[in-house]
Ligand binder design. Structure first.
Ligand code: HEC
Length: 136
């Protein structure tokens, strides 16, 4: 019984030592870009639909195909958000990306397996792409 309830100076010093580390850890977490559920969904969609051609971040840093700009590169432009939201109208995507309710613009044979993506899913992809922005 005795001794157990006594305040141990040794414990105290360890706590004092750990406190600033814990604070630093919290600050680190706070400055990490928060990934929302939508962004996570967008990441999964990007892996499924875009990563064959585009490097979409750490997931496939050495992947993609040569003439496709990486997501990380594209989000540096001022109008990146608009470009992402309308990617299906922009070459080469009309050949293979289909948005329900939106007419396929190209009649040429798709050289890439066509996929369907909804406007909502495109928003999620755009939100994910936003998390790749490097803030200085
Ligand atoms: C079959 C390959 C392929 C797939 C799959 C693909 N892209 Fe692309 N994408 C390209 C190429 C090639 C370019 C460059 C076009 C150019 O520079 O003219 C491009 C360019 C873009 C651009 C810039 C367009 C512009 O005009 O500024 C955006 C945004 C984009 N892609 C988004 C996406 C998204 C989002 C997906 C997945 C949902 C996707 N891409 C899937 C090949 C692909």
């Amino acid at each position: 019984m005795d001794g157990q309830l006594k305040f141990s100076p040794k414990q105290l010093s360890i706590k004092k030592l750990l406190r600033p580390m814990a604070v630093t850890g919290l600050l680190f977490l706070a400055t990490e870009p928060a990934k929302t559920d939508t962004a996570v969904e967008g990441f999964e969609l990007s892996v499924r639909h875009c990563s064959r051609c585009h490097v979409i971040g750490d997931f496939n840093r050495l992947g993609g195909i040569g003439n496709s700009p990486s997501f990380t590169w594209m989000v540096k432009s001022d109008d990146w958000r608009e470009r992402f939201m309308t990617f299906y109208m922009r070459r080469p995507h009309p050949v293979f990306a289909r948005v329900p309710g939106y007419p396929l613009w190209s009649d040429s044979d798709p050289y890439y397996p066509p996929f369907e993506v909804t406007l909502e899913e495109i928003e999620a992809i755009t939100e994910y792409a936003g998390t790749l922005q490097v803030t200085q």
